[in-house]
Write a protein that binds this ligand. Structure first.
Ligand code: UT7
Length: 331
């Protein structure tokens, strides 16, 4: 059976930098508060007219180049986003058209912060069964347009940003690549982090003046509750991946956690007894880009020489749903 491995990575951030000081001019917050509670210094916002499929193009081009492949080599597209360009069709189809891929399958998945790892798990299965040789996996988000940039939204708006990352999952006969993936969900907490509108159960039409007046078009988060679950689920799902492969945290060369909040990452690091060298963080530059944080971090870590052949790499995520997931691989 072929093994699935990551043959190329890429990432792209929109050029507009939004500093904590800029946010302080819209809402009652400070650079000091944001840095202390989240580790975030700045994030990126798109300009009007730019969607996740647009952000995905440069990331995909880099990933293809790194893998030594072209658009026509890709057999399948998996597009992880919680903020698709349109309600329908999915951003995978939009990207297929924009980049001129063959008439291959394009699957959108909406698993929020865990989207990239869920996508990796799907890609893993298709490669192992021999169905596909090269799969494009994207994590791309435009969260900025779902932020309430007033005092009312300050606990959520300070965290999120826009961005995209891409990876090519390819088949190899070598003894390397994805060892296992692990996925979980707990829908009873769906309202702790959710975006309610537009909703198909909202009546006719889906969007009304009342819906907008009530602010249902904004992402809402019960930060404390999400934080509480995150610091338990991250170590749990990382240990699940380690145990499934008879490994311990000492074997991890690099952990790339979903970049939710620097304090969450630090607590996870402490609970697992990992050193600074074993954990990657770039949240200070980009904030929380939901499904895009892991592929952006993966590409950056690789470009910075933090991942070498034979390394044991662990990816882990927790977010809305709640959903959480991990992936472990030998690079
Ligand atoms: O990626 C998806 C998963 N998401 C996450 O993992 C996010 C998890 N949660 C968090 O990262 C944190 O809960 C936040 C960063 C969102 C909030 O930090 P916190 O330390 O949990 O703050 P808090 O919500 O407990 O609020 C503490 C205080 C409150 O004031 P009082 O009630 O103590 O007077 C808030 O009103 O800080 C206030 N506050 C702010 N102050 C200045 C809330 N947001 C802000 C703000 N600026 N932006």
């Amino acid at each position: 059976m072929p093994n699935p491995y990551i043959s190329g990575t890429g990432f792209y951030l929109p050029p507009r930098i939004v500093t904590n000081d800029e946010l302080s001019s819209y809402m009652d917050t400070t650079d000091e508060w944001i840095q202390e509670r989240t580790g975030i210094k700045e994030r990126r916002y798109v300009e009007k007219g730019v969607g996740p499929s647009d952000l995905a193009i440069p990331a995909t081009e880099q990933a293809l180049k790194a893998a030594g492949l072209t658009v026509s080599d890709i057999d399948f597209i998996i597009f992880a986003t919680s903020t698709p360009d349109f309600y329908a069709p999915g951003s995978g189809c939009v990207l297929q058209e924009k980049m001129g891929f063959n008439e291959i399958g394009a699957l959108d998945i909406r698993v929020q912060c865990s989207g990239f790892i869920y996508g990796l798990s799907i890609a893993e299965q298709y490669i192992r069964t021999g169905n596909f040789k090269n799969i494009l996996l994207i994590g791309a988000e435009v969260q900025s347009t779902a932020m309430n940039l007033t005092d009312e939204g300050r606990d959520t708006a300070i965290i999120f940003g826009d961005g995209s990352g891409a990876a090519i999952i390819s088949a190899t006969e070598e003894n390397k690549g994805i060892l296992s993936t692990h996925m979980h969900s707990e829908g009873k907490y769906l309202k702790e982090l959710w975006l309610e509108a537009p909703a198909s159960n909202a009546g006719h039409p889906r969007i009304t003046r009342e819906v907008l007046d009530e602010g249902k078009q904004y992402l809402k988060m019960n930060g404390k509750e999400v934080f509480r679950h995150a610091i338990t689920r991250f170590p749990e799902v990382i240990n699940e991946a380690l145990e499934a492969n008879n490994l311990t945290s000492e074997n991890i060369n690099l952990l790339i956690p979903h970049q939710a909040n620097l304090r969450i990452t630090q607590m996870v690091q402490k609970r697992l007894g990992l050193s600074n060298d074993q954990v990657f963080s770039n949240i200070h530059k980009y904030g929380n880009t939901t499904a895009a944080t892991i592929p952006i971090a993966l590409a950056e870590a690789f470009n910075e020489g933090r991942i070498k052949e034979g390394d044991i790499l662990v990816l882990a995520a927790f977010g809305a749903g709640f959903t959480w997931a991990s992936a472990i691989m030998k690079w």
